[in-house]
Design a binder for this molecule. Structure first.
Ligand code: ZN
Length: 196
């Protein structure tokens, strides 16, 4: 009798120990995931998603520009340039991402939201960004010929407007501008072939 109890007790102890061991190993796995998640979800993480969006635009023959909008660390909308696809000058990556995010939350005010875009926003998109009260804008490549996030104008940080954004420039700049360079290079090559 004593033996059985002893065995049972031992088993119980064994089970408890292995249970604790499993719990510990799961906890350390969870905390590792949290660490990995927070390490991944920096500005470059979101810009990489904007780059993926930009690549979709190039497939349609549109200039590869992509955009994502983030709220509390979560991507709430994604879009890419569809100017040719939709035959619309309004169909820029940023305006469409803003529209999606606003519809999702049922309010045009995007207070506290962050916008990631592969190319410096134009005058229209910079206007929409300020109007929607986006808190922070992260820009990949600058656009000296049309940019209004610091190149031609700096509408995003214009203190006379009722809303002023925080701006970070040059996030994955090389990757973002390489996309554009490759796109225009292939356009030129296609044009040369057509002329021959
Ligand atoms: Zn634009």
């Amino acid at each position: 009798m004593f033996k059985i109890v002893s065995v049972l007790t031992d088993r119980k102890v064994c089970f408890k120990i292995s249970g604790e061991f499993r719990k510990d190993s799961r906890d350390s796995r969870d905390s590792k995931n949290i660490v990995e998640k927070s390490m991944e979800r920096n500005d470059e993480f979101y810009m990489k998603e904007a780059i993926r969006q930009a690549q979709k635009a190039a497939k349609n023959g549109d200039v590869p520009i992509g955009c994502v909008i983030v709220n509390n660390g979560e991507i709430v909308s994604r879009s890419y340039n569809k100017r040719n696809l939709k035959s619309s000058v309004l169909a820029h990556a940023e305006t469409m991402a803003i529209e999606k995010a606003a519809k999702k939350q049922g309010d045009f005010r995007l207070d506290g939201y962050e916008l990631y875009v592969t190319l410096e926003p134009c005058q229209m998109c910079s206007g929409a960004i300020v109007q929607s009260r986006i808190k922070r804008v992260v820009i990949g490549a600058m656009n000296p010929k049309a940019g209004c996030g610091g190149s031609i104008y700096n509408m995003l940080e214009e203190p006379r407007f009722n809303h002023v954004c925080e701006v970070k420039r040059g996030c994955l700049e090389e990757e973002c501008s390489a996309l554009l360079k490759e796109f225009f290079k292939s356009l030129r090559e296609a044009k040369k072939k057509a002329e021959k």
